[in-house]
Write a protein that binds this ligand. Structure first.
Ligand code: BEZ
Length: 267
């Protein structure tokens, strides 16, 4: 990944770009992703000896915690850089597309996914693959951004891009469903829904919103030439300051989650 925004070649104006991840920046700017994902481990309740897949495992921090009690964790992620970081923790992880998982049918007792499914903008093939690799009766425990997630941030990005004649939808990289939409998709993939909730989770950022934008919003920033990105980030930051910056100077992002526990039929 490149040095400033991680976009090789100064891509500008050709629509959505792939998201790249820098493990050092990820640790610095996104450590909260694994920390705030911990409630999923209580819902998952990994058992010693179980085979569990972490779908979109990132740098493997939560994967490692899930394995602490003796479950056999395997991870997949689309980012070679994050997979390398996860391997550095000694984890069994590979680069793979969630819509084409490299495992035989009924390989896993459970599947875990934290803050990854919203990057998979076509949910049907992904949920189909999760159902396929789960054993009968297996559980799928996950969390993703829900409808309204980071709405203030997206609004500020959209305005800043519009001022430059760029339509935000052309760079939009996420899928933030309503609970009803995701429930219907899970059920269509054959799952029985145990619980599925949407809730606001205002999220304290470890640093400035500009760090969040550089880490998570690459697709939007890449819509302008490399030498115009600092100004774009500045404009977005200025627009968000009144709503997302606290009087003592912290930045709190307007996260909204959808969290679920579902099961594949036992027979
Ligand atoms: C999220 O975890 O909700 C999220 C992550 C990156 C960009 C937007 C949202």
């Amino acid at each position: 990944m490149g040095d400033t925004l991680g976009i090789a070649g100064g891509h500008a104006g050709d629509g959505p770009v792939a998201q790249h991840w820098n493990p050092e920046r990820y640790q610095r700017e996104a450590g909260f992703v694994a920390e705030l994902g911990r409630p999923l481990l209580d819902l998952l309740a990994p058992q010693a000896g179980e085979r569990i897949l972490d779908l979109g495992c990132g740098d493997g921090r939560l994967t490692q915690e899930a394995a602490a009690g003796g479950a056999r964790l395997t991870g997949v992620d689309l980012s070679p850089q994050l997979v390398a970081a996860a391997r550095g923790r000694g984890l069994d992880v590979q680069v793979a597309d969630a819509a084409a998982l490299p495992y035989p049918d009924a390989s896993f007792d459970a599947v875990l996914s934290n803050a990854a499914l919203h990057w998979m903008t076509e949910p049907e093939p992904v949920l189909g693959e999760v159902a396929r690799v789960l054993k009968p009766g297996g559980r799928f425990v996950g969390e993703l951004g829900g409808a309204g997630n980071v709405a203030a941030i997206v609004g500020a990005i959209a305005n800043a891009l519009a001022q430059r004649g760029i339509e935000v939808t052309r760079a939009y990289p996420w899928y933030f469903p309503t609970p009803a939409q995701y429930r219907a998709q899970l059920e269509a993939a054959g799952f029985t829904v145990g619980s599925l909730d949407r809730f606001a989770r205002p999220t304290d950022l470890p640093a400035d919103i500009s760090g969040w934008l550089a880490t998570f919003a690459e697709s939007f920033l890449a819509q302008v030439p490399a030498d115009a990105r600092d100004q774009l980030v500045d404009d977005i930051r200025t627009a968000l300051e009144p709503s997302l910056r606290t009087p003592d100077g912290r930045w709190v992002a307007d996260y909204v989650r959808v969290r679920f526990v579902v099961h594949k039929a036992a027979t």
